[in-house]
Design a protein. Sequence first.
Length: 264
Amino acid sequence: MQEVKREGVDIMIALDLSNSMNAEDLTPNRLERSKRAIQQFIDQLKSDRIGIVIFGGQAYTQLPITTDYAAAKLFLSTINTGIIPTQGTAIGAAIDVCMDAFNFESPSSKSIIIITDGENHEDDATGAAQNAAQKGVNVHTIGVGSPQGAPIPIYRGRQQTGFRQDKDGNTVVTKLNEEMLKEIATAGNGIYVHATNSNSGLKFILEEIDNLEKTELGSKVYTDYEDRFQFPIGLAIILLLIELLLSNKKSTKFNTEKLFAVKK
């Protein structure tokens, strides 16, 4: 029996599920690109704990903080913009829900990663990030989308039927608000990264998180077995050599005997 100690940090990911995340200025769209990046991020984790918060006009805990990476991927796969009852982009509320998910009695380092297009219309996100930083929690932001913006498609099944429009009948164009996300990251002692099709930005943030002090999060006891296959394999090789030598002797003996010769 062996005991292995796990050291890591606590990470909460807050993912924007507002309708603007359906814009297709990233492939296939902002939300799906973000989900793929989070899955790749989870694959790179070792002993860290992770949780997921989803937000629109309000924020909800989708996955409590855990080391069960398989569960994290399962919960991630069910996420779509339709599961948020209230539309909007309440980044401040998302930060507050992430903070509630942390156990501050634990000495582990803590980080929040906000993935959004930055169109915050609901609350004081910068103030929430400042409060988090005062408690020792870094708040990083990843901006998805383009500053030029893109329309929000409407689908019926797999068929696109048009684009979202405002009350005046004009097509709504959603733009990445980088300035807002930079302000949040600065207030939260974190970094801001602009996500693209080739770079999700999570790699840079993971490098930043790796520099944090690791804390023992627990231990795991498992059974380790000592391999002793060498003994039967060695015996088998010896027997095969003996069998080979005996076969050669038998073949030589039979070659000297003329079994089918006609006797006079």
